[in-house]
Ligand binder design. Structure first.
Ligand SMILES: [Zn+2]
Length: 202
């Protein structure tokens, strides 16, 4: 995946996650104002402190476990690696030592460790993604293009299943909005196959 591919996929995830992060924001509003060790340079509005557009979530382990539950463990993101998880969180939230926190959490994640272990046992170290048990549990997301415009489309969103190698090819334009991309993803993939366990983005 190139960085611009990741941009598109990141938008899909962020749009999906934004639906369900109200719980995290509510708790942040409840504790942020009285948090003793506030991050410097925040701009406060509506009970939330922002820095460069990103919301500061106080460095409470409880609260950050909720963030990771949503941005790493949830079926939507499906246990992305450290850099993918960091990239997703970094689009919306901020804390001190964000990278170190995310790295430690992902390294300690039982699902990630089980997947890695199974991978090494069955395939050796060259295969980066472990074998799925059922179709459409471990999917690969890619963009092909930018291509010359054809019938109004200039890229193809390819979603493939690692087990059966079946794929869906969804024509779209590179300037699609995040909510529209999310809708397409739900309509073409989740409706047919359910929500996968793991999204491959390598
Ligand atoms: Zn994990």
């Amino acid at each position: 995946m190139t960085p611009s591919d990741w941009d598109g996929l990141g938008e899909v995830f962020v749009a999906a996650l934004a639906i369900s992060d109200s719980d995290i924001l509510a708790e942040t509003r409840r504790i942020a104002a009285d948090w003793e060790d506030k991050l410097e340079g925040l701009v406060w509005d509506d009970g939330l402190g922002r820095k460069e557009g990103r919301i500061w979530i106080p460095e409470s382990d409880n609260l950050w476990k909720k963030v990771m539950g949503l941005y790493h463990d949830s079926p939507v993101t499906g246990h992305l690696g450290t850099s993918g998880t960091l990239e997703l969180i970094g689009r919306s939230y901020w804390r001190r030592n964000l990278a170190a926190w995310v790295k430690r959490y992902v390294q300690g994640c039982h699902t990630c460790r089980r997947a890695k272990h199974r991978n090494q046992r069955e395939f050796g170290k060259l295969q980066p993604i472990p074998a799925p048990d059922r179709p459409w549990q471990w999917i690969q997301l890619d963009f092909v293009g930018e291509l010359p415009k054809l019938s109004g489309f200039n890229t193809v969103y390819v979603v493939s299943d690692r087990l059966t190698k079946m794929a869906h090819f969804i024509p779209m334009t590179t300037d699609i909005s995040a909510p529209d991309l999310m809708k397409l993803h739900i309509r073409h993939i989740w409706k047919l196959h359910g929500i996968p366990l793991v999204h491959g983005t390598d």
